[in-house]
Design a protein around this ligand. Structure first.
Ligand code: PLP
Length: 294
């Protein structure tokens, strides 16, 4: 879908002390032409991004997303984004989003090949209708990511913990899941540890304990997972990071794929092992995730 709104950002240095950024943000026609065909984001997927959910005009968890954008940029040796400037861009484009669910995408690209510096932009688009999947859940298959759980420390150039624009592998995994009769995939390390889904974090319930894989295993540290853990801890549940084998995942009391726009999709089967769906808890998670969160 062509986004409804787009702003090009003229990136300023991360230590720029101006308090006003409107003259660095320009509204552009989202249908283009806007970007050069020399863009390294288009040619090589060389850049980083964030997707922020917007509910009734309120962008969710902006600080967590901006911090992760900066983390991804650092891992990719991109110039550090000025968080105040990006915050201003998010506020500006969110003010153009009407009631309902939208998604704001932040992109920081390495720029045009041999060009002067990074290219940056934000867009806003209506979010897909995820109400059915939030209620009925997803069947997942586990897929080998082909790297072991120590790879991100041993080979940081794989950029496993960065949210880079190179999502072709993630999209291929979702297509493979479809070929196997499932709705989505869960990546597993070559040493058998559950990692993440191609576009979501994994949360698993064992009794009254909710766990998610360690970010150090080479996965994105999900903003939705962090927010849900705070919510669940507030309700008296035990939450934490843990090593989860495929067998434990298959025998979990419940599980969810969680992300900023689809929110909490309950896992109803792992490799054809059925998992119970806690409709009341899932609905309460969705209500929480749709409430204004900063
Ligand atoms: N892991 C991957 C690979 C993702 O692409 C995403 C989100 O797109 C997530 C985890 C979940 O992150 P968040 O909850 O911040 O959206």
């Amino acid at each position: 879908m062509t986004p409804r709104h787009a702003l090009l950002i003229d990136p300023v240095a991360s230590d720029d002390d101006r308090g006003e950024f409107s003259d660095t943000l320009s509204a552009v026609d989202p249908a283009g032409p806007v970007l050069s065909l020399g863009e390294l984001s288009a040619q090589r997927g060389d850049g980083v991004f964030e997707s922020i959910g917007v509910v009734d005009g309120h962008p969710q968890e902006v600080t967590a997303h901006l911090e992760r954008l900066a983390h991804s940029a650092a891992l990719c040796d991109l110039p550090a984004p000025h968080l105040g400037q990006w915050r201003a861009a998010v506020a500006e484009i969110a003010s153009r989003c009407p009631a309902g669910e939208y998604v704001i995408k932040l992109v920081l690209s390495r720029g045009v090949d041999q060009g002067p510096g990074p290219t940056a932009w934000v867009t806003a688009s209506p979010a897909p209708d995820f109400s059915r999947v939030r209620r009925d859940g997803v069947r997942v298959v586990t897929l080998d990511r082909g790297v072991d759980s120590g790879a991100s420390t041993r080979a940081p150039w794989l950029l496993l913990g960065a949210k880079t624009l190179s999502y072709a592998v993630n999209m291929a995994a979702i297509r493979e899941a479809g070929r196997r009769g499932a709705d989505d995939a869960v990546f597993v390390s070559s040493d058998g540890i559950v990692l993440e889904a191609p576009t979501a974090s994994v949360i698993v319930r064992f009794g009254d304990r909710f766990v998610t894989p360690e970010p150090a295993t080479g996965i994105l540290h999900g903003t939705t997972q962090l927010s849900l853990f705070a919510y669940l801890a507030g309700r008296g549940f035990d939450v934490g990071y843990d090593t989860i084998s495929v067998d434990r995942l298959r025998h979990a009391d419940a599980g969810w794929l969680v992300s900023s726009v689809r929110l909490a999709a309950p896992i109803v089967a792992v490799d054809d092992h059925e998992i119970a769906l806690d409709a009341a808890l899932t609905a309460s998670m969705t209500d929480y995730l749709l409430s204004p969160r900063d």
